[in-house]
Write a protein that binds this ligand. Structure first.
Ligand SMILES: C[S@@+](CC[C@H](N)C(=O)[O-])C[C@H]1O[C@@H](n2cnc3c(N)ncnc32)[C@H](O)[C@@H]1O
Length: 307
């Protein structure tokens, strides 16, 4: 198994990131089996409009797949998670489905469930880092349609989303298409609620990182000494999520000691919000053309089709 989301890579990347002034835990480490399941709970929270609206838009797109792309399709989904959304679009035209995900046990579990619902579909689950170029198998059908849903395009730091889009084009090849779920800038209160659901699922999802550190890296942290907080950063148009240390404490990784001051925040995620214009500009500068886009009435969320 490649060293992507293992305890060795978790430890290595934490040591690098905790040595910086602003401590960060890269968001891919949210997704051990437990974290993936917490994320599923977030998608069902009433405040989390992202999943609800994205599914509504996919239902509108589903009947058009045939006229848009023809037959014998390969669907390739970057960060497939539970595969709940792709199910809306799967039909007999789709011969191959490649879910790409870093959550090793979850991708296995979700693919097994999907096989039961779509026994004729050839499912090729692939454990990989979706940000990197991936050489696709030769025997899949030629028309390749990529999907990057769940507003994951907003989760990159340091403008890495451009690199992702360029690599996705290289992976999918010429004449391919990519559907991207894009969360739009909207009223701040709605945004804040979505990342602070009343069921506390966003908090559980983020604080699961403490459990993961304790289980895999033998840190002896207590969940009750941390608090989940999130805020909107207007300058960068993003929601930032953190776990905040409620007291002065020390975290030990190998022989390294890291001090956490009372009130210090460790960033656990960034979720950038776009306008139609800023996303179109990003797509263009990454080598894609906007072929179409759909959105809900209130313009909370959109799905772009890139070519
Ligand atoms: C925000 S969730 C979205 C899940 C699903 N696409 C949806 O829309 O509900 C992000 C998904 O991407 C996966 N993921 C996160 N970082 C990844 C990376 N660097 N490489 C591959 N998969 C990654 C996670 O395991 C998770 O399944």
């Amino acid at each position: 198994m490649p060293n992507l989301n293992t305890k060795e890579s978790f430890k290595k990347e934490l040591i690098i990131n905790f040595s910086k002034k602003h401590k960060i835990i890269p968001s891919k480490f949210h997704y051990d089996l437990k974290g993936s399941k917490y994320f599923e709970k977030i998608t069902k929270a009433k405040e989390y409009y992202v999943a609800r609206i994205e599914k509504q838009i996919l239902k509108k797109i589903a009947p058009k797949i045939h006229s848009m792309f023809g037959d014998a399709l390969t669907f390739i989904e970057f960060g497939s998670g539970s595969t709940e959304k792709i199910k809306i679009l799967l039909n007999d035209q789709v011969k191959f489905y490649m879910p790409l995900d870093i959550s090793f046990d979850f991708i296995k579990e979700s693919s097994e469930k999907l096989t039961k619902s779509f026994p004729k579909l050839k499912i090729l689950p692939t454990y990989c880092d979706y940000a990197k170029y991936l050489r696709l198998p030769k025997n899949i059908s030629k028309t390749k349609i990529g999907f990057f849903l769940g507003s994951s395009i907003g989760n990159f730091y340091n403008l890495e989303e451009k690199k992702f889009l360029k690599n996705a084009k290289k992976t999918l090849g010429s004449n391919s298409f990519l559907f991207v779920g894009v969360d739009l800038i909207k009223n701040r209160k709605i945004l804040k609620k979505a990342y602070n659901d009343s069921g506390g699922f966003a908090a559980q999802f983020n604080l699961n990182l403490i459990t993961r550190m304790n289980n895999e890296l033998k840190t002896k942290l207590k969940k009750r000494d941390f608090k989940y907080v999130s805020s909107f950063n207007k300058k960068n148009s993003c929601i930032q999520s953190f776990i905040l240390s409620k007291k002065n404490q020390t975290l030990r990784l190998n022989k390294r000691k890291f001090f956490l001051k009372k009130g210090e925040k460790i960033q656990t995620e960034t979720s950038k919000k776009f306008t139609f214009k800023t996303f179109s500009k990003l797509a263009k500068s990454s080598g894609w053309k906007v072929s179409n886009y759909w959105h809900d009435k209130k313009k909370y969320y959109s799905i772009f089709l890139l070519k």
